[in-house]
Write a protein that binds this ligand. Structure first.
Ligand code: DOR
Length: 435
């Protein structure tokens, strides 16, 4: 039900949409002109030469930028590939994604980075940026060749999936990454405190007899990462923050002027740990779903700017791996294709967030955090025409068939959601068009 148009650089006029671009404080109904892959103006009338896209009743926004996508290639192609993952991104309104290096082998050499860049170019779906490993082979023992990785254009460093246990190594990483003005992106988790837990430690885990993961496992490492960033004056980006204490720690750190940014996932903003009564392994992720107080603290943090952006932590796992007892199933859920819809239903339609606020958190702010090359996360004149057209009222049901990700491990499977991208342009070319 979609069309992909080839390589022709055609002028395009997106007509009569509600154009929302928080990067320039824009929210009005107008036409957007795209020429040679870039935004060239607003309010122009059709001349008959452009391809016209009717966006009446729709939102025209900067394409979303995801700072946290697991593409699984190389090594876990049964779960996702660069082709399928970047296609899933388009299906969710994303025009840029940053892939996490916990692949096999991990992305810790320039050749690994170039492999991803080549595969992404071949797939030709959306922009794929690469995050390099902090430590060699993600073993937490020795720093990766960060300088060489920086030269290939990585946008940050992370050992996501686990934390760096050795605080001295993390300190060196902060110091070294400063030379390249790149962020250290921290998955904050003390695995000793996690201690084979499978869900948040609290009343629900006690009732279900499931081993719990205390909030402390995240919070002590969030505090440590902030202290190291403060000490070294390095750039810290905190991944998938999920606790009220974590939000408080970041709020205080920002007040002190620490160079820290943070992301929160759609699931930590919309789901709670009591859902685990279903024992659905598609509710098992790291960090785990938390109680309502933590969800509320994350929403508050998002609203007051403590949490800078929303990132999916799109973590595909094949059915063979996920359809096991909850103790054995891997952590993680897919998220690229449902993020917009669930955030619309749970935050916008419930009056917690406005569209401009949400677009800022999904597109403008993430682009700024990793200092993407000019023209991403904005519709400013001269910017790359990475654009999503959203139908805020479109209802759709999450089915395995609707998801383009190779894995279907979504807690929203079978649910009807509202709001979806209907057209996505990347560098001025239509890459998704839903009819
Ligand atoms: O749920 C998660 N899954 N959290 C992580 O940090 C890693 C990810 C994965 O790679 O599956």
């Amino acid at each position: 039900m979609y069309e992909k148009i080839g390589n022709v650089m055609q002028s395009i006029l997106i007509k009569n949409g509600r154009v929302i671009d928080p990067s320039q404080g824009m929210d009005c109904v107008t036409n957007v002109l795209i020429e040679n892959g870039r935004i060239t103006g607003f309010g122009m009338r059709p001349t008959g030469k452009e391809r016209e896209i009717d966006a009446e009743g729709k939102l025209v926004v900067p394409g979303f930028v995801d700072l946290h996508t697991h593409l699984r290639e190389p090594g876990f192609e049964e779960s996702e590939t660069i082709f399928t993952g970047s296609d899933a991104a388009l299906n969710g309104g994303y025009t840029s994604i940053c892939c996490i290096p916990n692949t096999d082998p991990p992305i810790d050499t320039p050749a690994d980075v170039e492999f991803i860049q080549d595969q992404a170019a071949r797939a030709d779906h959306c922009n794929v940026f690469v995050i390099g490993c902090i430590s060699k082979k993600r073993e937490g023992k020795e720093l990766s060749e960060m300088g060489y990785l920086a030269r290939t254009g990585v946008v940050g460093f992370s050992d996501d999936g686990s934390d760096i246990e050795n605080a001295d190594l993390l300190r060196r990483a902060f110091e070294y990454a400063q030379m390249f003005d790149l962020p250290i992106m921290c998955h904050t988790e003390d695995k000793n405190l996690t201690n084979r837990g499978v869900m948040h430690e609290g009343c629900v885990s006690a009732r279900l007899g499931l081993r719990g993961i205390p909030s402390l496992a995240e919070d002590v490492m969030t505090a440590r990462a902030i202290m190291l960033a403060e000490y070294t004056k390095g750039r810290l980006h905190l991944m998938h923050i999920s606790t009220s204490r974590g939000v408080e720690l970041i709020r205080e750190a920002k007040k002190r002027g620490v160079n820290v940014t943070a992301e929160v996932t759609p699931h930590h903003l919309t789901l709670t740990d009591d859902l685990l009564v279903s024992f659905d392994t598609n509710l098992k992720m790291a960090p785990p779903l938390r109680p309502r107080e933590d969800v509320e603290a994350c929403i508050e943090g998002l609203l007051d700017g403590t949490l800078d952006c929303i990132a999916t932590d799109h973590a595909p796992h094949s059915a063979e791996k996920k359809q096991r007892e909850i103790d054995l199933a891997p952590f993680g859920i897919v998220g690229l294709e449902t993020a917009l819809s669930v955030l619309n239903m749970e935050l916008i339609l419930k009056g917690r967030l406005t569209w401009p606020q949400l677009i800022d958190k999904l597109a403008c702010s993430p682009a700024k955090i990793i200092k993407l090359p000019s023209g991403k996360g904005t519709l400013a004149v001269g910017a790359d025409a990475d654009v999503a057209i959203i139908d805020p009222e479109l209802k759709w049901t999450v089915t395995e068939k609707e998801l383009r990700s190779r894995s279907k491990n979504s807690p929203w499977l079978g649910k009807e959601l509202v709001g979806r991208a209907v057209c996505v342009l990347v560098n001025g070319r239509v890459r998704l068009l839903r009819r």
